[in-house]
Design a protein around this ligand. Structure first.
Ligand code: CP
Ligand code: NVA
Length: 303
């Protein structure tokens, strides 16, 4: 191998310039797709998708995206692969990366993903770990740009759990230079080392939402933490994004949620189904942004 393989394991693996490029490519790819124009730069390329957790959007968007780019995608679930019977992740990486051109993994520990990437000859993409969900925020920031222009200098309010999606927003605030208000219930605070630069913690979720350009949240209980469900429902009660909280934000503030959502828990139905919500565009843009990501990782910077 000559060139160093690029992976996408965390949001800050790419620079702002690289994101600007990805967004340009996304616009172009999306427009062509909407006009039913064939674009097959990844003909004969194969994506392996390894899922250790459930998924709707991530699987669909990567599988459909690869197909639309002229390539193929193979779905592997833990229980159907030798990974589920204890085959070392490094051995799996050796084998998969000799047969496929790019790999997407959804797993528990970020370290599992990093170990896979270290033994892989081909690019590895984080399809969600307990720590990060970079593909989600890639789509979210593109969606913000489509609706309201560049996110730089704006204020984003994160209301809820200090989870993988929150950690990724924290990295994005550094890369894109926007302000991030974070409000989590007591006992669920973000680790202090993640709260750097433009990030500000708020004990009161209403104060966090005040003046925000974008209000965003996620489930109270992430995959892998189901045993804490009941306790979390109690602890997070005051952290629901409802109409009153949206009124504290700017008049033209957007609402985002990575989905799946629980109406009546982290978000009120009138908010997620209301006029400020862009959750369906956000979900659709997973497809277009990840097609640009696959193109970039496999073919480099196309003009
Ligand atoms: N937002 C997201 O990643 O959804 P899935 O869990 O359905 O893939
Ligand atoms: N934080 C959620 C995101 C799901 C897309 C989870 O990890 O389950």
């Amino acid at each position: 191998m000559t060139a160093k393989v690029r992976h996408y394991l965390r949001f800050d693996d790419f620079t702002r310039q690289e994101y600007e490029h990805l967004f340009e490519r996304t616009r172009w790819i999306k427009e062509r797709f909407k006009r039913y124009e064939r674009y097959w730069p990844l003909e004969d390329r194969t994506l392996a998708m390894i899922f250790e957790k459930q998924s709707t959007r991530t699987r669909l968007s990567f599988e459909a995206g690869m197909h639309q780019l002229g390539g193929a995608a193979i779905f592997l679930a833990t229980r159907d692969s030798q990974l589920g019977r204890g085959e070392p992740v490094e051995d799996m990486a050796q084998v998969v990366s000799r047969m496929c051109d790019v790999v997407m993994i959804r797993t528990f520990e970020q370290e599992t993903l990093s170990r896979f990437a270290r033994s892989s000859r081909v690019p590895v993409i984080n399809g969600l770990t307990n720590e990060y969900h970079p593909c989600q925020i890639l789509a979210d920031i593109y969606t913000y740009g489509e609706q309201r222009g560049p996110i730089r200098g704006r204020t984003v309010a994160w209301i809820g759990d200090s989870n993988n999606v929150c950690n990724t927003w924290l990295q994005a605030a550094q890369v894109f230079d926007f302000k991030l208000h974070v409000s989590t219930p007591p006992g669920y605070e973000v680790e202090p080392e993640r709260m750097v630069g433009n990030c500000e913690p708020f004990a009161d979720p209403m104060s966090a939402a005040r003046g925000a350009d974008l209000v965003t949240t996620d489930v109270w209980t992430s995959m892998g933490f189901e045993a804490e469900n009941e306790e979390r429902r109690r602890d997070f009660e005051a952290w629901q994004v409802d109409a009153e909280m949206m009124r504290a934000a700017k008049r033209d503030a957007l609402f985002m949620h990575c989905l799946p959502a629980h109406r009546g828990e982290e978000v009120a139905a009138e908010v997620i189904d209301g006029p400020q919500s862009v959750v369906w565009d956000e979900a659709e843009n997973r497809l277009h942004t990840q097609k640009a990501l696959l193109e970039y990782l496999l073919l480099g910077k196309l003009e």
